[in-house]
Ligand binder design. Structure first.
Ligand code: FES
Length: 95
């Protein structure tokens, strides 16, 4: 059984990935704060975290990143998650 959704928010991971790119959210915590996922049972959180790291949107149960990227020696390929900030124009041009 593949894990591809935040069931509670009824959002597919591909939609979450698109939202993260559009809004410039590099972390799952920002998606949670925006109410896009992880707002209830938080089952999806490790998977969304991995999605943000790898770009994958379909996982087997247990394949999520259980720990935040700032934990020492957590992931095997611990890419630094300095915000690449591809959309740095988030400052609203209009007030
Ligand atoms: S599956 Fe995402 S909060 Fe429950």
């Amino acid at each position: 059984m593949a894990v591809e959704w935040c069931i509670c928010e009824k959002r597919h991971f591909s939609e979450l990935q698109r939202e993260a790119e559009t809004r410039g959210f590099p972390t799952v915590e920002q998606l949670i704060e925006a109410g896009l996922c992880g707002t209830n049972c938080q089952f999806c959180v490790p998977y969304v975290r991995r999605m943000l790291r790898t770009g994958e949107t379909s996982f087997e149960v247990g394949e999520g990143d259980a720990t935040p990227s700032d934990s020492p020696g957590g992931a095997s390929s611990s890419a630094p998650s300095d915000s690449p900030d591809p959309t740095s124009d988030l400052d609203s041009p209009q007030t």
